[in-house]
Design a protein around this ligand. Structure first.
Ligand SMILES: Cc1cc2nc3c(=O)[nH]c(=O)nc-3n(C[C@H](O)[C@H](O)[C@H](O)COP(=O)(O)O)c2cc1C
Length: 217
């Protein structure tokens, strides 16, 4: 059953619907879309934690009826390096971590990857974590939030190539924080207000594509 609010319908009639999203609600009125906000660094003291909290709070304030947002901290999953030989005593825990990571990623309809840039690319920990996945993320959509000297832009372009191989559709608009002007001492996150514009556009695109792709899975 499709459930569009009266305000959305009036707004669509007056202004067109290019910036609104129709969310499908199941018969019991429960959430039908889940978006994971993936905090993509495992470094001790990582900036990804504050940036992920900011974008999560931003998402919650949108009041997208029927959409649940959840932060997933990659650092909470003690993933082994893909294919590496492990001592026997570590094998069970590593297997459990891989399973938990795969199940968590499979539970979402779309993703916001919060990525730093390491040597003009996505960080090694996130690349390794993505290498464990394929059917869990296939035919879903992703948006990007980054930070760095150029806002993590090169990591995002790198992510588009990786996610393309995993059959994930990546949306156009990205949110790019500068380590110089959106952080104090490159570690205390104090974002400029103007990022709200791109964050809004990114979520609008992500919700639209996540909803569309849900219909073909
Ligand atoms: C090995 C290394 C390479 C880096 N390479 C880049 C880079 O290419 N571009 C950039 O903008 N920042 C680069 N940085 C800075 C990181 O993006 C910055 O430290 C960021 O806070 C890391 O994210 P995190 O704190 O969430 O781990 C690099 C940092 C390290 C340690």
């Amino acid at each position: 059953m499709e459930n569009t609010s009266i305000i959305s319908r009036i707004s669509n009639a007056l202004f067109g619907n290019k910036n609104t999203t129709t969310i499908t609600i199941d018969e019991k009125g429960k959430t039908t879309m889940k978006i994971g906000i993936i905090s993509g660094s495992v470094r001790e003291g990582r900036n990804s934690a504050a940036v992920s909290e900011w974008i999560h709070e931003f998402a919650e304030k949108r009041n997208d009826g029927g959409i649940e947002y959840e932060i997933v901290a990659l650092a909470n999953y003690d993933l082994p390096l893909l294919g590496a030989k492990l001592p026997e005593e570590r094998q069970a825990a590593a297997g459990a971590a891989i399973q938990a990571w795969s199940e968590k990623m499979a539970s979402f309809d779309g993703y916001v990857f919060v990525t730093p840039e390491y040597n003009h690319a996505v960080g090694g920990a996130l690349k390794n974590a993505l290498d464990f996945l394929k059917p869990e993320v296939a035919d879903k959509a992703a948006g990007f939030v980054g930070y760095g000297s150029l806002g993590g832009a090169r990591a995002h372009e790198n992510m588009r190539v990786i996610l393309g191989e995993l059959s994930v559709a990546t949306v156009h608009t990205t949110v790019n924080f500068s380590l110089m002007t959106d952080f104090e001492n490159m570690s205390n996150f104090v974002p400029n207000d103007y990022h709200a514009g791109n964050a809004t556009a990114m979520f609008n695109e992500l919700i639209k594509w996540s909803g569309a792709l849900k219909t073909i899975r």
